[in-house]
Design a protein around this ligand. Structure first.
Ligand code: DAT
Ligand code: MG
Length: 138
């Protein structure tokens, strides 16, 4: 078990003005911020980040959406970070997400679902390194 996970506050939630509220939920959840920045994915970045989904029917709209505007990228630290963060964000589809979860509170739809959370310790490290250099992670 590793202690870090990677998250993005997605373009929908940034555009809807939810950066502060989502960072508040992350802090309340006991996560420590190890890296943080406002940035924007190019189409090529989004294709690469989500390449495991390349064969899925929603890949094109996912890439278009994720590169459509600024995001907040962050590396978070907590014991059992990957699993606990996925609990905090809720189900992929906000209609199925538990009350009080970030996606239930802030997502627009299954495609525009407010936040990303890594799905494994291995991917957390890969995703953190995709977005941040060593000197940006504290
Ligand atoms: P998660 O983000 O919960 O790990 P995922 O890895 O299965 O979900 O999919 C990555 C993203 O792709 C997801 O956050 C939103 C989008 N997506 C997933 N399923 C979708 C669907 N059925 N229609 C549209 N977008 C979808
Ligand atoms: Mg996923």
């Amino acid at each position: 078990m590793s202690n870090i996970t990677f998250t993005m506050i997605k373009p929908d939630a940034v555009a809807d003005g939810h950066i502060g509220a989502i960072l508040g939920k992350i802090a309340e959840g006991g996560f420590k911020i190890k890296a943080l920045k406002l940035t924007q994915l190019t189409v090529a970045d989004a294709k690469k980040f989500y390449e495991v989904h390349a064969e899925r029917p929603f890949y094109g709209e996912l890439v278009e959406f994720m590169s459509s505007g600024p995001i907040v990228a962050a590396v978070l630290e907590k014991a059992n970070a990957v699993e606990d963060f996925r609990t905090l964000i809720g189900a992929t589809n906000p209609a199925e997400a538990a009350e009080g979860t970030i996606r239930k509170m802030f997502a627009r739809s299954i495609g525009e679902n407010a936040v990303h959370g890594s799905d494994s310790d291995e991917n957390a490290l890969i995703e953190a390194q995709f977005h941040f250099s060593g000197r940006e992670i504290f």
